[in-house]
Design a protein around this ligand. Structure first.
Ligand SMILES: Nc1ncnc2c1ncn2[C@@H]1O[C@H](COP(=O)(O)OP(=O)(O)OP(=O)(O)O)[C@@H](O)[C@H]1O
Ligand SMILES: O=C(O)C1=C[C@@H](O)[C@@H](O)[C@H](O)C1
Ligand SMILES: [Mg+2]
Length: 168
């Protein structure tokens, strides 16, 4: 058994936060939810950061917090859906832990985000936005050490699958 961090990446609503909490409990690792750390350290919501500084400002904060959180071990780090986008972030994640990409079909993502108002990038027609973002990010999560499709799996099954690969 090693002490490597586990880093979860993937599109919005693929279950990074939910599965991260289960993994951290199973391994007795520290849970780091990047969106939550950003909100707490900034003292404002993600929606406010986007509204006040635009997506670019959010990405700069996100990259700085990510790099800070990777300086440690025995952590499960649930990243935000776009944390893989800034240049260099994928490399730094691969260097500091076991990176797992969670995927789901467009239909599953749309169903899971319906009624949730907390995602500024989905403002307007959420289904259309999900389709367009998934198209743009088609390649963005491929760098991970391991990929798990969450569409037909419960969060418990996803966690178990990740643990099996992490321990292998
Ligand atoms: N495997 C799954 N099966 C069914 N529902 C799921 C699954 N994984 C997550 N969900 C549900 O989808 C919603 C979003 O999950 P969660 O917040 O964990 O996603 P996320 O990847 O952290 O999203 P974000 O990138 O926006 O932070 C929650 O309601 C959660 O219960
Ligand atoms: O996919 C994205 O770009 C985002 C996902 C969320 O986790 C938040 O980090 C934010 O809403 C942006
Ligand atoms: Mg999350």
């Amino acid at each position: 058994m090693d002490d490597r961090n586990i880093i979860l990446v993937g599109m919005m609503a693929t279950g990074k936060s939910t599965v991260g909490a289960i993994l951290a409990g199973e391994l007795d690792y520290e849970l780091v939810d990047l969106d939550a750390v950003i909100t707490e350290s900034e003292g404002r919501s993600i929606a406010d950061i986007f509204a006040q500084g635009g997506e670019q400002a959010f990405r700069e904060i996100e990259s700085a917090v990510l790099k800070r959180m990777l300086q440690g071990e025995r952590r499960v780090i649930s990243t935000g859906g776009g944390a893989v986008l800034a240049p260099g972030n994928a490399e730094v994640m691969l260097e500091h832990g076991f990176v797992v990409a969670l995927t789901a079909t467009e239909e599953a993502v749309i169903a899971r985000v319906s009624g949730d108002e907390n995602r500024p990038l989905l403002a307007g027609n959420a289904a259309e936005r999900v389709r367009s973002i998934m198209e743009q990010r088609r390649e963005a999560y491929r760098f991970a050490h391991c990929t798990v499709d969450t569409t037909e799996r419960s969060v418990a099954e996803v966690s178990e699958y990740i643990l099996m690969h992490y321990r292998a």
